[in-house]
Write a protein that binds this ligand. Sequence first.
Ligand SMILES: [Zn+2]
Ligand SMILES: [Zn+2]
Length: 199
Amino acid sequence: MYEEGGECWVVDPGYYGPEEGADLLKFIEGKKLRPTKVLLTHAHLDHVFGLNDFLTHFPTIPFYIHADEMPVLQAAPEVGERYGLYCAAVTKAPEFLKEGDTLHFGNEVFEVFFTPGHSPGSISFYNKNNHLLISGDVLFQGSIGRTDLPGGSFELLEQHIQNKLYPLPDETQVLSGHGPVTTIGEEKAHNPFVRPLNN
Ligand SMILES: [Zn+2]
Ligand SMILES: [Zn+2]
């Protein structure tokens, strides 16, 4: 997220290899952006491949993660190796976020929701003012995050979608880790994997 010529936050730097990294840097330079934070919704490989590289380019900026996600982040290089993929270990120490924390982007406030189930420390970021939810791999258009990876739990995922995400206003736009933008209203009406309570 960004304001042209101003501050930007990078969520889940999952770019792979120098070419994809160069694309992101070119975008940042082209818009004259100043990265000030890296946020991780969770630490699966496809969300952290570029993390250490990005933090090396911008050594002064902090990165944020839920403490329960640290084992996943620490395992990433080894998990990558199993798939024949390179994921650098992160050398920088994180800042931890938990349920109810708030982050300020200019005048906008993003609230942290703890939404585990897809991974043990998944978090989502909610901006009430603009009806925006950054959901990571918790909720997708017509789908939900897989729960068969280490630390995953369908029961936890379902519970947090029902209790934390579905109560948000219907018009809330959901920016997922994969696939098209959806809304809370659309998912409450059509998502086949998690049905709203009292319906
Ligand atoms: Zn994931
Ligand atoms: Zn993902």
